[in-house]
Design a binder for this molecule. Structure first.
Ligand code: MG
Length: 318
């Protein structure tokens, strides 16, 4: 009986103790949670300094952006938003000049693999005549082109000399299409060699690089003597290929380069150079170096003795 009584007492005490102890154990964390949430309520107060920042940026906005100095425009955008660091414009600025309207070219496979010229481009060759081109000898003597023009393309006539644009260009976007001779003849640098030389000197190599082993910085798309293309995107000889070139002309001060040339090239739509900084002018077997020149120069199509064809050439000065 005593044992039973003691067990009953123990069991009763346990039943009473458990809820009490559980309640005691759970209560403190439950009470702490609201306390933890309090700092979260302070966050809005922390945002205040962030709201002040746009005001500081606005102070940096140049005074000449007085709306009175700008033509009346539909109020599309904002005139009280934050300034964009380093620019004289606010975010979505209603006074910021809109880009000019340009009608893009169209894909016309009779005229080219890429698009025809956009409305603001200068057409250098539309497949009919070489009026924008000349052989240049003696520095400034122009001679009538002796390359072949037929079926919408021009073709190098070996030995007649390279062709140059009569006009000069600086920084530009250049679209040009070319085709290597078919059937392929020769090997390495002797197969379908030509080239596009900006300022007559910075060459984007034209070569039949379809199954044609040569040195890396001399294959199709190479910045000749400096940089191989990132990949070999060459098509078979006889097929039309495209180069889309973005070129930033170098700048010189007192005969020394102060801003090197930068080039981006797409070959058949594939990036092969992106913002590549040129080392200078390639020289046969010697290190490339810059040689000061005016801010605009002729663009040359190279006569390397092979009957390479060109068509659909247009340029947008930048
Ligand atoms: Mg070449």
């Amino acid at each position: 009986m005593r044992v039973s009584f003691l067990l009953l007492l123990f069991a009763t005490a346990s039943l009473l103790a458990c809820p009490v102890s559980s309640a005691l154990a759970l209560q403190p964390p439950a009470e702490e949670k609201p306390a933890e949430q309090k700092p979260a309520e302070k966050k809005p107060a922390e945002k205040k300094p962030a709201e002040e920042k746009p005001a500081e940026q606005d102070d940096a906005k140049p005074a000449e952006l007085d709306p009175a100095k700008y033509p009346k425009l539909p109020k599309v955008g904002a005139d009280n938003s934050g300034a964009i660091a380093g620019l004289p414009w606010r975010v979505h600025d209603i006074y910021r000049p809109r880009p000019a309207q340009v009608t893009p070219g169209e894909v016309d496979l009779n005229k080219g693999q890429g698009t025809t010229a956009p409305s603001d481009a200068i057409v250098l060759f539309d497949g009919t005549d070489l009026s924008a081109w000349a052989h240049i000898r003696g520095g400034d003597q122009l001679y009538k082109p002796r390359w072949k023009v037929e079926n919408g393309y021009m073709e190098v006539v070996g030995g007649t000399g390279s062709l140059h644009t009569i006009d000069t260009f600086g920084s530009c976007q250049l679209h040009i299409e070319w085709s290597s001779p078919e059937p392929a003849r020769g090997a390495s640098q002797g197969r379908g060699n030509s080239g596009i030389k900006l300022f007559n000197v910075y060459e984007v190599q034209v070569l039949d690089s379809f199954d044609n082993f040569t040195y890396a910085d001399g294959q199709a798309g190479a910045i000749y003597g400096q940089f191989p293309p990132e990949v070999n995107a060459a098509r078979q000889p006889g097929q039309w290929q495209t180069y889309d070139i973005l070129f930033r002309a170098p700048e010189f001060t007192d005969g020394k380069v102060t801003r090197p040339a930068v080039i981006t090239v797409l070959h058949n739509g594939v990036m092969i150079h992106h913002a590549r900084e040129l080392k200078g002018v390639a020289r046969a077997g010697r290190s490339p170096v810059y040689s000061a020149h005016p801010p605009a120069g002729h663009i040359m199509l190279q006569d390397h003795g092979n009957p390479v064809r060109y068509r659909n050439i247009w340029i947008r000065p930048l």
